[in-house]
Design a protein around this ligand. Structure first.
Ligand SMILES: *Cc1c(COP(=O)(O)O)cnc(C)c1O
Length: 367
């Protein structure tokens, strides 16, 4: 069986360095808010070319903290609206609703798979305060026009960069530096993954970064004095030490993903399969390799029988979830079509050429 994502193999490539890093933390006697976390914050702000990196416990927390900080700063208030793509992992939406803000679900493009910028103008109201763009599947979701639209309408531009670490614009700017603030997830399966949960915010806004740091520390910036009702959201020293190792290999790993993607695009010629638009090379870090098929479930079963494990991202869109019953009646046909036909093929830096060929043959053999 070709596994969808063999994390043991992925991390095993760096096992010597990871062991050393973990042991260093164990022996230091300091497990929270120490030199590893400070070191990773420095490294990751350098990597993303942003002025500040504030680590936290998860990607969801990162997005939640950004919005809560804007509320504390008086930039937005509960009841305000946030534009967000309708086809995203539910965490993007949870960060909005959990702050009492209203998600305005925007259809994606059917072949871009990210937010359809042409819809934005129509959906804006006097209560719209932010646009949360999601670089889904590792595909960049940003343009100069998007930035101008936000500027012109006084909206904060927030990036959900959980799936696109290392992705770049044509000018070489990294995702995580393209808006006012960005939330990053280091969930083990992401392109830059820890050995557990971890997240971070990057931003050039020093005031915002300070509020986020305070909020993530129970709302306190001075010991035993609490300015906000915050939460405990921290990255462990062990996770930071591991991430510092893996960050050094991120660009190389993303290159390896691109080589697998190139083989798939060259080799798959089954007329029953559709691909999304091709992006400039540096603007796609291939967190997933999504293909589309009307008979998606049959295709998945066929591949499974041929020894290929696949996943669906995602089987049910956020607006059709039980927890969002108030959105269940929205009609979002593009989103629904994507969710009904998407299938993700294995893509990761440890797939061998032989495995990729096996997968291509299995896909081409579906009729
Ligand atoms: C993974 C993910 C998140 C949440 O990150 P966690 O670290 O799992 O909390 C948010 N948004 C998107 C698009 C994701 O893929």
């Amino acid at each position: 069986m070709i596994k969808f994502l063999p994390l043991d193999k992925l991390n095993g490539r760096y096992s010597d360095e990871i062991r050393k890093a973990v042991l260093r933390v164990v022996e230091s006697g300091r497990y929270l808010t120490g030199t590893e976390v400070r070191g990773f914050e420095y490294d990751y702000s350098e990597f993303t070319q942003t002025g500040n990196c504030v680590t936290c416990a998860s990607g969801l927390d990162a997005l939640w903290l950004i919005l809560r900080a804007y509320i504390e700063l008086g930039v937005m208030e509960p009841g305000d609206e946030v534009l967000v793509p309708a086809n995203t992992f539910v965490a993007s939406i949870l960060a909005i609703t959990d702050n009492g803000l209203k998600p305005v679900l925007v259809e994606p493009g059917l072949s871009t798979l990210v937010i359809d910028e042409r819809q934005l103008e129509r959906l804006i109201t006097p209560r719209t305060k932010a646009l949360m763009t999601v670089h889904l599947y590792g595909r960049i979701s940003w343009s100069g026009e998007m930035a101008d639209f936000c500027m012109k309408n006084g909206l904060k531009l927030i990036e959900d960069n959980a799936q696109a670490h290392g992705c770049m614009t044509l000018n070489g700017r990294r995702t995580g530096s393209l808006g006012d603030a960005a939330g990053h997830s280091f969930y083990p399966g992401k392109n830059l993954g820890a050995l557990g949960d971890a997240g971070a915010v990057t931003t050039d806004d020093g005031i915002l970064a300070d509020v986020i740091r305070t909020l993530a520390n129970y709302g306190s910036s001075e010991k035993y004095l609490f300015r906000y009702c915050g939460r405990n959201s921290r990255m462990d020293e062990i996770q930071a030490a591991v991430l510092r190792v893996k960050l050094r290999y991120l660009d190389k790993d993303n290159e390896a993903r691109r080589r697998v993607a190139a083989m798939y695009m060259e080799g798959i010629d089954n007329p029953l399969i559709n691909f999304p638009d091709i992006l400039p090379e540096q603007s796609n870090v291939w967190h997933q390799f999504p293909i589309f098929c009307k008979r998606r479930d049959e295709l998945q079963e066929h591949l499974y029988c041929k020894g290929v494990e696949t996943l669906i991202h995602y089987p049910v869109p956020p607006h059709k979830q039980q927890c969002y019953s108030m959105f269940n009646n929205l009609s979002l046909p593009v989103t629904e079509k994507i969710h009904a036909t998407e299938l993700s093929l294995p893509i990761n830096p440890v797939l061998t050429e032989k495995e990729v060929r096996t997968i291509i043959d299995a896909v081409n053999g579906f009729s």
